[in-house]
Design a protein around this ligand. Structure first.
Ligand code: KIV
Ligand code: ZN
Length: 523
């Protein structure tokens, strides 16, 4: 592998949306959703996709395996503690990857070593060296991370980095795990490593900054200025606590200030806005409107002076173009009179490839929506893309009929017919509202007493009374949380669709667990 450090221009983008980002979500993503995000990241041109932590659960193992099989152009990476069983799980999950990487880590700060790991510094070095050597049995692409490096004594950090490289690590990552450092300090740590570790030129130096003080991007930037050549980041900056370095911010900083910094990435930045919307939707994490690069207001101008300036010359108030992150202005009205080509054209403008959707299916859904709403907007169309893809004809649970009544002075009730593995089951129930009644009917129909609704959020996609209702639910099932989204012009229907979305994922999870226990039992 070519080592890219201080004198190389290219900064490697390592995305950990599916690992650090996903571990911070209130409910885990399904395998299909993870694959959708991974394929988006591949299209964005991310160099390395950290797809998960295989040993952590059978679901995570299977997702990493699936992503490793499907993704061809990005390196696919799995995380492991510095333990043989974790590394073996990574090796197994990544077996079919075109470009696999094993990422192993252990904490190095005094606070973690003495309080969490309760080991001596020498023992930690030994564990790290053993882990790296073990990972090298599976692949020659091994990353080692010194967890909490930002609070690790620099002498010990130099010793760890040196030992990891000698053991065979090809990338050494320096995380500011708790987002504690400030840019000059963090850049200084990287500079010292370059000055003091004799074999530093034999590995890529990476950084992984958390955003507890809002400095993750600034710290990552200081690190690349000091010679680091891999940045670990996530779409929309999602991740543990206040999140990680945001991919779109570091990428657009490098691109917009390329002349000053002299650094580039392999990203197709025009895919940024689409990746951001996909992650926000599937992870149920709204993006604040004033968020840099991907917020709804990032390219809108409010004051008259600014509007006048931009109209005269765009760069008066825009340091990058909206097109450079994939935002295109729309001037076509989409109504039930619009033909397929208009929908196809608009989807193309929004950055979708023909292979991203089934035009017949989207067009049918579009017509139904246009009949109900009149005008269909970009966000409606994208919602159809995101959620039509989840609607599998062969889904285990499908909604065939729904009737709900509510009003003043009557008891809300609902009748629901579900197709369960092809067999139709009808149930009726009452509740404290029509959604509650429909949920009670579904739970009765499938004997689903184990399902507990933890959170139910209703949102509108678009403006006005005819906007689409989007319901996001979090359901607890067998000590795990599942997130589901449903979309419809009718609130009850949206709620029911969200529950059915979850039911199909719990069904999948049960199948994975069953498969795993059969494998363990040698069946
Ligand atoms: O924040 C952190 O230190 C991590 C490591 C596992 C890289 O996420
Ligand atoms: Zn992290």
């Amino acid at each position: 592998m070519m080592i890219q450090n201080a004198d190389t221009k290219n900064v490697i983008i390592f995305d950990t949306t599916l690992r650090d980002g996903e571990q911070a979500l209130p409910a885990s993503l399904s395998m299909r959703e993870k694959l959708q995000i991974a394929l988006m990241l591949e299209r964005l041109g991310v160099d390395i996709i950290e797809a998960g932590f295989p040993v952590s659960s059978p679901g995570d193992f299977e997702s990493v395996k699936l992503i490793a099989t499907e993704v061809k152009n990005s390196t696919v990476c799995g995380l492991s503690r510095a333990m043989e069983k974790d590394i073996d799980a990574c090796g197994e999950a990544l077996k079919h990857a075109t470009n696999p990487r094993i990422h192993t880590f252990i904490a190095t700060s005094d606070i973690h070593v003495s309080n969490k790991l309760r080991k001596s510094q020498d023992e930690i070095v030994e564990m790290a060296v053993h882990a790296v050597k073990h990972a090298r049995k599976y692949t020659d692409n091994v990353e080692f991370s010194c967890e909490d490096a930002g609070r690790t004594h620099i002498d010990y950090l130099c010793r760890m980095v040196d030992a990891a490289i000698k053991a065979g690590a090809t990338t050494v990552n320096i995380p500011d795990t708790v987002g504690y450092t400030i840019p000059s300090e963090f850049g200084g740590i990287i500079e010292q490593l370059f000055n003091r570790v004799p074999n530093i030129d034999q590995a890529i130096i990476s950084v992984h900054c958390h955003n507890d003080l809002g400095l993750a991007v600034a710290n990552s930037l200081a690190a690349v200025q000091a010679g680091a050549r891999q940045v670990e980041c996530t779409i929309n900056g999602i991740g543990e606590r206040a999140g990680n370095c945001s991919l779109e911010e570091i990428a657009m900083t490098l691109r917009t200030r390329e002349q000053l910094l002299g650094l580039t990435t392999n990203l197709n930045t025009q895919e940024i806005s689409k990746a951001s919307r996909l992650v926000s939707q599937l992870c149920n994490m709204p993006v604040q409107s004033n968020k840099a690069i991907v917020g709804a207001n990032a390219f809108s101008h409010s004051s008259g002076i600014h509007q006048d300036g931009v109209l005269k010359q765009q760069n008066t108030y825009e340091i990058m173009t909206p097109e450079s992150v994939g935002i295109n202005k729309n001037n076509l009205n989409m109504t039930s009179r619009s033909g397929r080509h208009v929908i196809k054209h608009r989807l193309h403008e929004l950055g979708y490839l023909d292979s991203d959707y089934d035009l017949d299916q989207i067009y049918n859904s579009f017509l139904k929506l246009a009949d109900k709403k009149g005008q269909v907007f970009d966000y409606d169309l994208e919602a159809l893309i995101f959620f039509d893809q989840q609607k599998h004809e062969d889904a285990y649970y499908k909604l065939t009929y729904l009737h709900a009544t509510s009003g003043q002075k009557i008891i809300p009730s609902a009748t629901v017919t579900l197709s369960v593995d092809g067999e139709e089951i009808t149930q009726a129930a009452t509740g404290n509202g029509p959604v509650d009644a429909a949920y009670n009917a579904i739970i009765k129909a499938i004997d689903g007493d184990e399902l507990k609704v933890v959170d139910f959020k209703l949102d509108s996609k678009g403006e006005g009374a005819d906007a689409l209702a989007q319901v996001s639910v979090i359901i607890e099932y067998r000590h795990r949380r599942f997130h589901g989204i449903g979309l419809a012009t009718d609130i009850v229907e949206a709620g029911v669709k969200a529950l059915i979305f979850v039911l199909n994922n719990t069904h999948l999870a049960d199948q994975i667990d069953e498969h795993k226990s059969q494998r363990l039992a040698g069946v």
